[in-house]
Write a protein that binds this ligand. Structure first.
Ligand code: PLP
Length: 458
């Protein structure tokens, strides 16, 4: 019984053509089973293409281990376990093994991050950021966070959880050349607005933050640092980046599905006992009820993987990123941070203005099965978000498939064939598929261990 006076489809934010195509598929199905098959077929197409034939350089992606993938479809994922761990703390009976799984997850997270407290129930890192703002600020408070052209993320800006909390947001001054906080300016600006929290963390993240110096400045009025380590949280667990909790951050959040290489969801850890009640009581009952216990089990196993393999895995990720950055620059593709070794994380940021900008370049490379994303650069404005100048790459997935520095040179060659030599991506794609065929085993996990050592040349 539809209201024919309004074209509801025209009110969709999603791409109307793609939705229309889905309706056509469903209309031609003769049964519910065929509708199911249509969904599964799309999943299989992605699995073959992205899973087996692409060089995936999306910085926020990580392939999960066989154990983590298996747990994501475990029976326990159908169980309801609202509340905190323990008989009295839950709504439901029948949760004795769920308590065990969740307690293992909490303790494994504490171990992985060498922290006193952790929570396992964030179904996204954005929820973790909302938990921080809900528990630690009041509407009207001033915070500082990083603007989008410097890599800032909506979750700490006006259009995300911080904005929803009604916070006043002032930009953290950044140095556009060094790509780090401009401390001289920060020391001048921060006392003028006296932020309650300074949210550090960015989706474009290349170099460490001057945490200790910033914390010293904020101490004057009791301001604190909240480290949104969405991207770097695996590097932090593996000891390959700065250690925010030890350097003066009050609380650390992060995405479990980025460098941490676990199930897509969130992680939150902290040391200060006075935060435990506010944060835990915000996570439940405010922000997470049915928190997906299959995901919790998978998160626990990925924490165990990090404890065992994190140091080697994360160190190789960073070496690969540095190697990819140098190789791209050498082939004529300008890379940010060249003076400082390109990166101290998994990310490489190229300035692709000369090749048509981030949007066109990302789509051109995707035709050659090289998957990257467009990215704002410091020289862009936030309004340039749809057609920015930069291209962001990350080395998490290629590393987990066993690639090392020499493979980064091959990837840079593929990219240069498309961007510098202007070869058609349709020509390059066959070579990419052939190359990728040799890297189908996921390492740094308990099924396959470490990648085999290089054969030493005679
Ligand atoms: C990805 C990202 C988030 C959001 O994390 P999800 O786990 O995807 O919800 C938050 N902050 C920053 C800086 C990010 O890059």
């Amino acid at each position: 019984m539809s209201d024919t006076s309004v074209n509801h489809f025209s009110l969709e934010v999603h791409d109307p053509e793609i939705l229309a195509k889905a309706r056509v598929i469903l209309e031609t199905c003769l049964s519910g089973k065929e509708m199911q098959d249509a969904v599964i077929a799309a999943v299989k197409r992605n699995e073959k293409w992205r899973g087996e034939q692409c060089i995936n350089l999306l910085a926020p992606e990580a392939p999960t281990s066989p154990a983590v993938r298996a747990l994501l479809s475990a029976e326990v994922g159908t169980r309801a376990a609202e509340g905190h761990i323990g008989k009295v703390n839950r709504w439901f009976a029948g949760t004795k093994y769920i308590d065990e799984i969740e307690a293992l997850c909490v303790e494994l997270l504490k171990k992985a991050f060498r922290s006193r407290y952790a929570d396992h129930r964030l179904i996204a890192s954005m929820i973790g950021n909302l938990a921080v703002y809900t528990a630690l600020t009041e509407p009207g408070d001033v915070i500082m966070s990083i603007a989008q052209p410097f890599g800032g993320h909506s979750s700490n800006r006006i259009d995300g959880p911080a904005g929803v909390r009604g916070l006043k947001i002032v930009d953290v001054p950044m140095d556009p050349v060094e790509l780090v906080v401009d401390m001289d300016l920060f020391r001048k600006m921060a006392p003028l607005v006296r932020p309650k929290l300074v949210a550090l963390g960015a989706s474009m993240t290349l170099f460490p933050f001057p945490l200790k110096e910033m914390a010293e400045t904020l101490a004057e009025w009791g301001g604190k640092i909240f480290f949104d380590g969405a991207h770097q949280i695996g590097l932090i667990a593996g000891g390959q980046f700065q250690d925010p909790l030890r350097e003066g951050a009050l609380v650390l959040t992060g995405s479990a599905g980025k460098t941490f290489s676990g199930p897509q969801s969130g992680i939150i850890v902290w040391d200060d006992p006075s935060l435990t009640h506010p944060l835990t009581h915000t996570i439940f009952p405010v922000l997470a009820a049915t928190h997906q216990v299959n995901r919790v089990a998978a998160l626990a196993v990925s924490a165990a993987e990090m404890i065992e393999f994190g140091k080697t895995y994360m160190a190789q990720i960073v070496r690969n990123a540095q190697s990819l950055g140098a190789a791209l620059e050498k082939r004529g593709i300008p890379v940010l941070g060249s003076r400082k070794g390109y990166t101290r994380t998994h990310q490489v940021i190229a300035d692709v203005r000369a090749f048509g900008g981030g949007l066109d370049v990302a789509h051109l490379l995707a035709r050659a099965n090289i998957v990257t994303n467009k990215n704002l650069l410091p020289s862009d404005t936030p309004q340039d978000w749809d057609r920015p100048s930069g291209l962001r790459m990350g080395t998490i997935e290629v590393t987990r498939y066993g690639m090392r520095e020499k493979e980064m040179l091959i990837i840079a060659d593929f990219m240069a064939r498309v961007l510098i030599e202007k070869q058609s991506p349709d020509r390059v794609v066959e070579d990419v598929i052939g190359f990728r065929r040799g890297y189908q085993t996921l390492f740094y996990n308990f099924d396959h261990g470490l990648p085999p050592p290089y054969e030493t040349g005679a």
